[in-house]
Design a protein around this ligand. Structure first.
Ligand SMILES: [Zn+2]
Length: 323
């Protein structure tokens, strides 16, 4: 809302991809999925997804060493017009809920990674139990080739979302707001949403896949019942949340669903992410784009685009919460 950067809004580019290109259209499903002029994916070849330190099913994931350059991971504004909205400087404690359609609703925003994870590799490499297995506490995240860190992107979008959702009356909590040296660990990220009895939780990320792979995807929890993980009660509502977010993200940003995972739907289900496996409240992740693709990077580094991304995600949440 209070975005002040340049008005950069490149048209969604149909990028050539390997494999047969088809144009799927109108996956107009429930409420939010309007205007879904989609690409057909070539078949979810490699996904990747460093998010939550996860090793997604078959994916050669790009480790995140790129961020290890202190220069790129500092707290300064990243390249691009990293103008942060005023709300970004407020503490993570949520403001008193305003009157609005979401009054009484609790939304937890989970900005993926943490800008200072890079200085705490021993701590974030500690293994934590995510029910199905043990995995790293957290990861550094990826970055654009020019050094704009995913962890800066996620915080920026989270701040913009917080402002938008508080305007609608929601009580908003962030799992981290540059207010801790690293993490939180993925299990704690889930528990923060659970403890808040959140009505919806969204974990914000950007991907680190290969050049040419473009677009966003929303990650939904699969049905898991193992160890401390039991997602059976949240699979349905989380899918509803994810569909609303995907539909509104397309509508508001004008960008297409992933051309490399999700079969053109912008929706992917995973069972390996602790942040989802340990959640007891409706929760999804969103990979807003691929930082390693130059065209996606141009969007991700644009304050104007990030504002649209935040708006699209927020409107999906509003749609979900209003039923
Ligand atoms: Zn991530």
């Amino acid at each position: 809302m209070s975005y002040t950067g340049p008005d950069f809004d490149p048209p969604p580019q149909r990028r050539s991809r390997r494999g047969p290109l088809t144009v799927a259209l109108a996956a107009l499903v429930c409420g939010g999925l309007l205007g879904w002029g989609v690409y057909a994916a070539t078949g979810g070849t490699d996904d990747k997804g460093e998010e939550a330190g996860g090793s997604p099913s078959a994916a050669p994931r790009t480790p995140s060493p790129a961020v290890s350059s202190p220069a790129s991971a500092g707290s300064a504004s990243p390249s691009g017009e990293g103008v942060e909205p005023p709300a970004s400087r407020t503490p993570s404690a949520s403001a008193p809920a305003a009157a609005g359609p979401l009054k009484g609703k609790v939304v937890v925003i989970d900005p993926g990674h943490n800008p200072t994870n890079v200085r705490h590799t021993a701590e974030i490499n500690r293994q934590v139990d995510v029910g199905t297995h043990r995995k790293e506490c957290d990861t550094t995240g990826t970055s654009t080739n020019d050094g704009y860190a995913e962890a800066e992107f996620t915080l920026d979008v989270a701040h913009r979302m917080r402002a938008l959702l508080e305007q609608r009356g929601a009580t908003v909590k962030l799992t981290q707001d540059r207010d801790r040296p690293y993490g939180p660990c993925v299990d704690e990220r889930a528990r923060i949403g659970n403890a808040a009895k959140a009505d919806a939780v969204v974990s914000i990320h950007a991907d680190g896949s290969g050049a040419g792979n473009r677009g966003f995807h929303v990650i939904l929890p699969g049905s898991v019942n193992e160890g401390e993980a039991d997602t059976r009660a949240i699979v349905g509502p989380s899918r509803a949340l994810g569909e609303r977010i995907a539909g509104n993200f397309v509508r508001v940003t004008g960008t297409a669903p992933s051309n490399y995972i999700g079969g053109g739907t912008g929706l992917v289900t995973r069972k390996d992410l602790g942040g989802l496996n340990l959640s007891t409240v409706p929760k999804v992740f969103i990979e807003c784009g691929n930082m390693r693709d130059s065209k996606d990077a141009a969007l991700l580094t644009s304050g104007a685009w990030r504002q649209k991304a935040a708006q699209g995600i927020s409107e999906g949440i509003v749609s979900f919460l209003r039923g």
